[in-house]
Ligand binder design. Structure first.
Ligand SMILES: Cc1cc2nc3c(=O)[nH]c(=O)nc-3n(C[C@H](O)[C@H](O)[C@H](O)COP(=O)(O)OP(=O)(O)OC[C@H]3O[C@@H](n4cnc5c(N)ncnc54)[C@H](O)[C@@H]3O)c2cc1C
Length: 428
């Protein structure tokens, strides 16, 4: 009898573990483009919500499979003056880069999710040529099978090759040519708008001999659609990782030594792309959560806003093109010595601005957006009036505590009391 209960207990445990294994599985995010015949398409990022909490509604979407399909899609847009944005299979970028400018008229999304059939390894020359829609995991596996390795990669494997280089994505390292993936790109094909005699779109095959190449590597999807990328490889290697827990006193001095001594450590290297990092850099990540209710500030709202403004405006830090809130991009143009060269290439390749978006118009071309109520809570502005914070929750626009030039949303309990007194008075 005893062994029966024991067996039943074991069986129950096995079934429970098997059920958990079957049910607890990592799920990829849903497709970022969802279309309905009657209403058109909605684009989201992999988090499911944009920083401004507004949908990105676009009338239509195309899902090409080949480079020629991509060329035809761009030709259609160029001929008919339709705004376009490229979107990858999962659309990981947090800022609204991939949402086309809808004030212009017609617009279309072009997905690279199905442009993913080719990965050609040239082992003799330590290079791989890959379709832009190929996912990073798929590429790493294929390259590894050939006994080779990418030189650099971001930490997240769900991104596409075209998307990751377009936003300057990086791993770490100051060694060799460094940890930004675009610094290991040795060639790429860019599908760009063209004039009527050229069929309204053409494929540029670029490498380091072309001046445009430096703009095309980190192009934020503003110059054309990357169809193929050629990356430098190296022999496969094993990475040895050591966790070293120390306190952060004098960390700013230790960084330098650490970066030189160890190959990987979230430290990036000078880039030759116009919109890549221009000096040896250390990456600092802050992750935070926003409430479902737009008027609820995040924890320690004022502290993190002040840290953000200290970093970006006092110390000149550069935002990650794919991650930061709009406020961090203020005057970003001045931080890139080759910014005007990038704009020159943009005018040359996309004279009708069909690849521009509201985000690029505001962030890169300085078209001022309206400062709406609560905009500082979302990082869409830096507050200059209380209404940019959350007066209803007791958060008012105040100077920074350490960096006095900062303007942050700070909680004041006395203001909440007086606000509620005022409310009571009105209600009474
Ligand atoms: C969980 C997570 C982890 C991350 N980890 C890292 C990290 O370790 N290091 C790092 O640097 N970054 C990291 N990122 C940021 C990420 O690398 C970028 O957001 C990257 O751009 C995502 O690639 P994607 O394929 O999803 O591109 P998307 O987000 O779809 O597109 C990015 C931009 O590139 C354009 N674009 C996409 N494909 C093409 C193309 N074929 N031709 C031209 N333009 C194109 C789009 O229009 C858009 O403007 C992370 C993001 C997430 C969500």
């Amino acid at each position: 009898m005893h062994s029966f209960w024991w067996l039943l207990g074991v069986l129950h445990h096995v079934i429970w573990v098997a059920t958990m294994l079957l049910t607890v599985q990592a799920m990829p995010p849903p497709p970022p483009i969802r279309c309905e015949a009657s209403t058109g398409c909605n684009l989201s990022n992999s988090y499911g919500i944009w920083g401004d909490r507004k949908d990105c509604h676009v009338p239509s979407a195309a899902h090409p499979q080949t480079e020629e399909d991509l060329r035809l899609a761009v030709a259609f847009a160029s001929k008919n003056k339709v705004k376009i944005k490229v979107v990858s299979k999962f659309s990981h970028t947090i800022p609204k880069l991939a949402c086309p400018d809808m004030s212009f008229g017609d617009a279309m999304l072009i997905s690279t999710a199905n442009v993913n059939s080719t990965i050609e390894i040239d082992a003799a020359n330590l290079a791989v040529t890959v379709d832009a829609g190929v996912g990073l995991r798929q590429l790493i596996d294929k390259v590894e099978e050939a006994g080779l390795s990418l030189v650099a990669a971001p930490y997240w494997e769900g991104v596409s090759v075209g998307g990751l280089i377009s936003t300057g994505a990086h791993g770490s390292s100051w060694w060799g040519r460094g940890g930004a993936v675009h610094d290991h790109v040795i060639g790429l094909n860019l599908v760009v708008p063209a004039n009527r005699s050229e069929g309204y779109a053409k494929i540029l095959r670029l490498d380091s001999k072309d001046e445009i190449f430096k703009a095309a590597k980190v192009s934020l999807g503003l110059l054309g659609i990357i169809s193929k990328v050629k990356l430098r490889l190296e022999a496969a290697f094993k990475r040895s990782i050591t966790y070293n827990f120390t306190d952060d006193a004098q960390i700013e001095d230790i960084y330098m030594e650490h970066a030189k001594k160890y190959e990987f450590g979230d430290i990036t290297w000078v880039s030759d792309a116009y919109l890549g990092q221009q000096e040896n850099s250390v990456v600092v990540d802050f992750n935070y959560y926003r409430a479902d209710d737009a008027w609820t500030p995040r924890f320690n709202e004022d502290v993190w806003e002040e840290v953000e403004q200290l970093a970006f405006f006092k110390h000149g830090a550069k935002p990650h093109w794919a991650k930061n809130r709009n406020a961090a991009f203020l005057d970003v143009q001045k931080k890139y010595p080759n910014f005007n060269k990038f704009l020159g290439v943009k005018r040359l390749l996309d004279p009708q601005n069909i690849l521009s978006s509201e985000w690029s118009d505001e962030i890169l071309f300085g078209k001022a957006g309206a400062k709406a109520d609560g905009c500082a809570l979302e990082g869409l502005c830096i507050c200059s009036e209380d209404r940019h914070c959350s007066p209803v929750k007791g958060y008012y626009c105040q100077p920074g505590l350490i960096y006095k030039e900062a303007r942050v949303c700070r909680y004041s309990s006395s203001s909440v009391e007086s606000e509620s007194d005022k409310t009571n008075l009105i209600l009474d």
